[in-house]
Design a protein around this ligand. Structure first.
Ligand code: SF4
Ligand code: SF4
Length: 390
């Protein structure tokens, strides 16, 4: 990393200083403008009706009913006691609902982490004074990436809790559609925010800012004993499973399978609960443990096999304004980037696949090519280059 830093040009150092200062200013303004997360000591009792308790908790009646595992059509004016809800269950539901009350500071942090990722990948990773292919090992030092991941995990995860997060962003839009939230527009805006961050640079929000993504990436970065190899599941398999889980969620949520309407599958496997230490459902703790063990051997298993935002941002990748690109005039198809890539993304790029796997902008492929044929660039830059060649 020291060599990388020493080879940065003056202009790159200015970029680095400016992005650090801007990042700090964004976070400071986030802290200043943060409407202090009200410490909501909301007290609800089973003598209240669903209507009264939901109003106090700031959610819809349906949402509270679902939280209490009651049918959505349950009488909303009857007291909870008469509906058979014990006080302990109500307290748990209230705790869970209030844990979703999110401040805005985390949005600022996501924005800063994504911008840092973009500046590093597009401008700083390859030092201007190390153009020679021989120096490529010092390009894109991993330590920078790992440092940002630790910040994502600490700040956007453990310090500020589970909400908001990209996965919740999409799930809440669908929950609003069955009336589980009183403010659907806010949910759509939050989702749009995450999608914009995914489009700015190939899934940068997942690769550089999502706290659970960061945790999986850090676990995967732990070196394995020589005899054990990482496993790269084929993309058709991981994506098919992710699509099936998503489709099943929609069927259950809308009650199409004949089940209780409003059932949210992700609620039972939401790994972001880790950041609130909220393991109300045993299945959540089990999911986290299984995912973290799998992460030792498989790259981001939750993202690849389950996360609905992973699926949607994979579709959004086609619109990314900056991304990993292969220069097919120089590429000799030696396969170095394909071996370095923890998923099938580089393979898809080299083979010009119409549906390449998710690229998490992890930069592993960017300093490996012996022909310097793989770069992180703005799409417009490439288009302009092609026009110049003509
Ligand atoms: S795909 Fe992974 S990194 Fe992206 S939002 Fe889901 S858990 Fe986070
Ligand atoms: S190694 Fe694979 S996932 Fe990482 S940036 Fe390169 S293509 Fe994307």
């Amino acid at each position: 990393m020291r060599i990388w830093f020493s080879l940065l040009s003056k202009q790159q150092r200015i970029w680095m200083a400016a992005s650090l200062i801007i990042g700090i200013l964004i976070v400071v303004s986030g802290i200043l403008f943060e409407q202090k997360k009200e410490v909501r000591n909301v007290h609800v009792t089973v003598d209240m009706s669903i209507k009264e308790a939901a109003k106090k908790l700031g959610v819809t009646k349906k949402s509270l009913a679902r939280e209490l595992e009651l049918p959505l059509r349950v009488p909303k004016k009857k007291s909870l006691k008469k509906l058979g809800v014990p006080q302990e269950r109500l307290n748990q539901a209230a705790h869970h609902i209030l844990s979703h009350v999110s401040g805005f500071l985390k949005y600022y942090i996501y924005l800063v982490l994504v911008l840092w990722g973009l500046v590093f990948l597009a401008r700083l990773g390859k030092p201007d004074n190390a153009q020679s292919k021989k120096d490529r090992r010092v390009w894109y030092p991993r330590a920078v990436y790992l440092m940002v991941l630790f910040i994502a995990l600490a700040a956007a995860g453990f310090a500020l809790g589970k909400s908001p997060n990209p996965m919740e962003g999409i799930v809440k839009v669908f929950k609003s559609m069955v009336g589980l939230y009183p403010d659907p527009l806010n949910k759509v805006i939050a989702f749009a925010f995450f999608i914009v961050l995914a489009i700015i640079g190939n899934k940068l929000i997942c690769g550089w800012a999502c706290p659970f993504g960061a945790l999986q990436e850090l676990v995967y970065s732990i070196p394995l004993p020589k005899k054990i190899k990482h496993y790269k599941p084929p993309f058709w398999l991981s994506n098919s499973i992710r699509i099936i889980v998503f489709a099943l969620t929609i069927l259950l949520l809308f009650g199409i399978t004949g089940s209780r309407k409003g059932l949210v599958l992700y609620h039972y496997i939401n790994p972001f609960n880790l950041f609130d230490f909220d393991f109300n459902e045993h299945s959540i703790l089990m999911t986290i443990i299984i995912v973290l063990i799998m992460s030792l051997f498989i790259y981001r298993p939750f993202c690849q096999f389950v996360c609905p935002f992973g699926l949607v941002s994979w579709i959004a990748e086609s619109f990314s304004i900056a991304r990993v690109q292969v220069d097919h005039n120089n590429c000799t198809k030696c396969g170095a980037c394909i071996s370095a890539c923890p998923v099938d993304a580089a393979k898809g790029l080299v083979e010009k696949s119409k549906m390449p796997a998710d690229c998490f902008s992890c930069a592993r492929c960017l300093n490996i090519c012996p022909d310097d044929a793989i770069h992180y660039k703005f799409v417009l830059q490439t288009k302009r280059g092609k026009k110049d060649e003509i």
